[in-house]
Design a protein around this ligand. Structure first.
Ligand SMILES: Cc1cc2nc3c(=O)[nH]c(=O)nc-3n(C[C@H](O)[C@H](O)[C@H](O)COP(=O)(O)O)c2cc1C
Length: 350
């Protein structure tokens, strides 16, 4: 139904318009009698064998929705009806920001991929908190936080600290976005001198709270092995709770899309199917390097139920999707979860 009727219509629209239209439809569904119950019945399978504890949090299943889909925390409960075990809201910055000029989101259908240079457009942390107060979350919420584009990297620590403090009582865990390719020099924050300055502040602050909120770092697939090793050493030495591998890539390798199409699109982060191999290799590398002691959230190119299983088998504790949700539609999570559940049962009985 989605692939034959709804997707062709949505794909006729500009990608950002299609996204906003879909989000508005989700809001409208709240006012349709039994709309949410119906969505849940259709798309949220029962998966009692997929529950797991990671970072001290019990997840009903390992599949989450990646950062950037529900940028302002307006739809996490609606999206949970599609089966997701957790939803990452944001990236959120302390002050609202417009992001980059449009057009800034592009489809590459032949590659089942997207290119975006959104530039962390969002309504700011305070707006998201209002949403979280108004719509009590029925799903585990990760707040993905970033610095404002106007803040210099030297001021990033202050931005992260403010966002962290304001959101602390409203979310379950934090993701630090230090790897967005679309904000000038943001990925420099992966340099250990910047990173430790930011994270040290958050770790010190966290000591004063009575509740514990995990802190997870999201890295780029484009960083060098040396930089990744330094981040892993830092995570292991300072008690960072986990790592997300990975964000979108600036690279354009192995695509079916023509050079002229790519040239017209220009700069941006590539997501979707072409990222899968790199994500899998990175997950394997981190798992082996940290001897399985650093929980990994795999993000990047997971498009099929088999790939979801492969990523978990490679050492990921949790997995996330974004682009395949666009291409596969509302059944994307359900198809993955049903496969994982069947495997979990089969493995239990082995
Ligand atoms: C349109 C779009 C917007 C995104 N915005 C963010 C963001 O604000 N913060 C972030 O950390 N990642 C963002 N991402 C990256 C995704 O969270 C994810 O890491 C990436 O798309 C790879 O996963 P996928 O191949 O399943 O899409 C965005 C991705 C897309 C396609």
């Amino acid at each position: 139904m989605y692939k034959h009727f709804i997707r062709p219509i949505l794909f006729h629209l500009n990608p950002e318009t299609a996204h906003n239209f879909t989000m508005k439809s989700l809001t409208a569904l709240r006012y349709v009698p039994l709309g949410r119950t119906f969505a849940k019945m259709l798309f949220k399978p029962k998966t009692p064998n997929l529950s797991r504890e990671v970072f001290g949090i019990t997840f009903p299943n390992p599949l989450g929705l990646s950062g950037g889909f529900d940028k302002n925390g307006e739809h996490y409960n609606d999206l949970a009806n599609f089966g997701f075990g957790f939803v990452e809201i944001g990236s959120l910055t302390v002050n609202p920001q417009e992001g980059n000029p449009k057009p800034r989101l592009f489809r590459l259908p032949s590659d089942k991929a997207l290119i975006n240079r959104m530039g962390i457009n969002n309504k700011g942390v305070r707006y998201a908190i209002d949403q979280l107060i108004e719509n009590k979350p029925k799903v585990i919420i990760a707040a993905n936080i970033a610095k404002n584009s106007s803040s210099l990297n030297d001021e990033a620590g202050k931005d992260f600290e403010t966002a962290f403090a304001r959101l602390y009582d409203y979310v379950d865990m934090f993701v630090l976005n230090i790897s967005c390719p679309n904000v000038e020099s943001l990925s420099e924050l992966q340099d250990i001198s910047f990173l430790s300055e930011i994270v040290d502040r958050l770790l010190s602050m966290r000591m004063y709270y009575t509740t514990y909120r995990p802190i997870i770092i999201k890295v780029s697939p484009d960083i060098s092995l040396e930089s990744l090793d330094r981040i892993l050493d830092y995570c292991m030495s300072y008690g960072i709770d986990g790592i997300i591998a990975c964000n979108t890539t600036r690279k354009r390798e192995g695509l079916k899309a023509s050079q002229s199409q790519l040239g017209k699109i220009g700069k941006g982060g590539l997501s979707g199917a072409p990222l899968y191999k790199k994500t899998l290799d990175t997950v394997r590398y981190i798992h082996q390097k940290t001897e399985g002691n650093l929980p990994i959230i795999a993000s990047g190119g997971i498009s099929t139920p088999e790939q979801a299983q492969e990523m978990l088998d490679a050492g990921a504790s949790l997995i996330e999707i974004y682009t395949s949700f666009i291409y596969e539609g509302p059944s994307a999570a359900k198809n993955i979860l049903k496969h994982l559940e069947a495997n979990a049962i089969a493995r239990k009985n082995e």
